[in-house]
Design a protein around this ligand. Structure first.
Ligand code: FES
Length: 476
């Protein structure tokens, strides 16, 4: 088909060869320099495979400075990608490969348009009119700690992260009001984590109204500020739970346990721990996330000289570290197992927390080291009792949901639940097959593509480690 460029004739469009020859990250401004109407194009068909993830630094790209700013990036041999700032610190990315026949879609001020058969798309990639086809493929955007972006690959759900899960305020009936404390909220997954919702629940049968919460921005990264309003509260320990959530996140709402401890300065110091037991689980060779125990003075006066002693169970030693951020309460005890070379099994230890002049307290620690990869307990998924049965969303591998299918009495298969056509998460149909809700692709229980308007590849297989007769399997 002859390419059609009604609004940009003679401007020297970039064809596929030119795109690929550029072999560098190009901004939209650079690409349209010879065009004058804000349009870029590449009429030849190009492969529809998703671009490999690449890094860009929005701080060095002027087009991405304002909210709504856009730029087209061609990194190495990848196909062009449209990157847009959609919030003060949020970005989205779209593949500019037309889903109809793979031409490069033009970027113009009034929308996105394919020069080949005139499919038109909204700025968010939604198909609008012209040649019927599907939406442009959204791509993953992850923010690195240095503010740069990792762009590419199928878009994965946002993952809500909090930098702390407990907060303690300490005061006395007449002392200074406790200083506000903050929680950093981040997106550890892809896409945009926006429309954050925060709720507050006070402990049962307790006083209410003593905690104020404020979110600096409704989209991550952002900060939640908590302020304890001591008022005329009498001596006591007041608790509340703050829940942070958002629609569509991959890991569900997260909570923060909040305590306001009003101490009587005339009573003796007393050691109080926020938890007396911790459990960790990790595959062989990995490092599970550290957990914390809050150490408070539940009495009056000063509680200082905090220290720990660790006693190990019979199965292994020297796999645990525990340390305080300071020696005077309130203090935070950080507990971190070092799985390292530990074999598959269960390990126990007891941490004794000591302080000057008060009774000690203990924390029981259990570490379960599992085979590498995602561990699936078969009894939790009844569909897997029968050959041909399918269980969906049993966990995540490489950041994406996983489906398990029973291939025989003694073997199982596992698949990524990302549709190979455009990356949409597929669903299980009747416990025996899969369907993509986006374009209707059907796959059988072995992950083999069956039918859909657009040809799709088979589901991406994952490796299953299973010993016949075992109650669990692992997916890597
Ligand atoms: S290739 Fe884009 S409309 Fe046909």
């Amino acid at each position: 088909m002859t390419p059609d460029h009604p609004s940009c004739s003679g401007c020297g469009h970039l064809d596929r060869r030119q795109f690929l020859a550029s072999a560098s990250v190009l901004s939209l401004g650079a690409l349209v320099a010879g065009c004058g109407d804000g349009i870029i194009s590449g009429p030849e068909q190009i492969p529809t495979s998703l671009p490999q993830p690449f890094r860009i630094d929005p701080a060095t790209i002027p087009e991405l400075a304002p909210v709504g700013g856009r730029t087209v990036v061609v990194s190495g041999a990848s196909t062009p990608v449209l990157v847009e700032r959609v919030g003060s610190q949020q970005f989205r990315a779209l593949s500019l490969v037309c889903p109809h026949r793979g031409s490069i879609v033009n970027v113009a001020s009034d929308g996105l348009r394919c020069p080949n058969h005139d499919a038109r798309f909204a700025n968010d990639g939604t198909w609008l009119s012209g040649q019927p086809t599907t939406d442009l493929t959204p791509l993953d955007v992850r923010r690195n700690a240095d503010g740069s972006l990792l762009v590419g690959g199928p878009r994965t759900p946002a993952v809500l992260g909090l930098d702390r899960s407990s907060i303690v305020f300490v005061s006395t009936p007449t002392g200074n009001a406790p200083a506000p404390q903050t929680v950093a909220i981040s997106n550890g997954g892809g896409g945009v984590l926006g429309n954050l919702a925060v709720s507050l629940a006070y402990g049962a049968n307790q006083r209410t109204g003593w905690l104020a919460i404020a979110l600096s921005d409704a989209a991550a990264p952002t900060t939640l500020t908590l302020t304890a309003l001591r008022g005329a509260l009498p001596v006591g320990n007041y608790t509340a739970t703050v829940t942070v959530g958002a629609a569509g996140i991959g890991n569900g709402a997260q909570t923060i346990a909040v305590s306001l401890l009003i101490q009587d300065p005339t009573t003796p110091a007393s050691l109080q721990l926020s938890s007396s037991a911790l459990t960790f689980a990790a595959p062989v060779g990995t490092v599970p996330a550290a957990q914390t125990v809050q150490c408070n003075n539940a009495g009056g006066g000063t509680l200082t000289g905090l220290s720990v002693a660790i006693a190990y169970g019979a199965t292994g030693t020297n796999w645990l570290s525990a340390s305080f951020n300071q020696v005077t309460a309130p203090a935070t005890l950080t507990v971190r197992p070092a799985v390292g070379a530990l074999a598959v099994g269960t390990y126990t230890a007891t941490i004794t927390v000591l302080a000057a002049g008060v009774a000690s307290r203990t924390v029981a620690v259990t570490l379960t080291v599992s085979p590498a990869g995602l561990v699936v307990t078969l009894s939790a998924w009844p569909a897997l009792a029968n050959v041909g049965g399918v269980a969906g969303s049993v966990g995540n591998v490489n950041g994406g949901p996983v489906a398990i299918t029973r291939l025989s009495a003694t073997s199982f298969g596992a698949f990524s639940m990302r549709c190979p056509h455009a990356g949409t998460t597929i669903t299980v149909v009747s416990g025996t097959s899969f369907r993509c809700p986006n374009h209707g692709a059907l796959f059988n229980s072995a992950g083999v593509w069956q039918s859909s308007p657009q040809r799709a590849e088979n589901l991406t297989p994952l490796t299953v480690i299973y010993t016949p007769g075992a109650t669990t399997l692992s997916v890597v």
